[in-house]
Design a protein around this ligand. Structure first.
Ligand code: SF4
Ligand code: SF4
Length: 55
């Protein structure tokens, strides 16, 4: 699976970066996912207040 970030919706709030258990998300202008480290746990999808992340 791949984590997709809708850059139009992302407000760079950092919630996903803080929530990710394996530090696979880094937020600068928008959230960027490191697919190599992502374990598809869906935590970031649940935590994003903008519903900007999907799997
Ligand atoms: S699905 Fe889980 S491991 Fe992957 S980026 Fe989101 S919180 Fe991190
Ligand atoms: S939680 Fe959602 S809105 Fe916040 S930085 Fe992550 S993707 Fe963007």
């Amino acid at each position: 699976m791949a984590v997709n970030v809708d850059k139009e919706k992302c407000t760079a709030c950092w919630a996903c970066e803080e929530a990710c258990p394996v530090e696979a998300i880094k937020v600068s202008d928008t959230a960027e996912v490191d697919e190599e480290n992502c374990i598809d746990c869906v935590t970031c999808v649940d935590e994003c207040p903008e519903e900007a992340i999907s799997l």
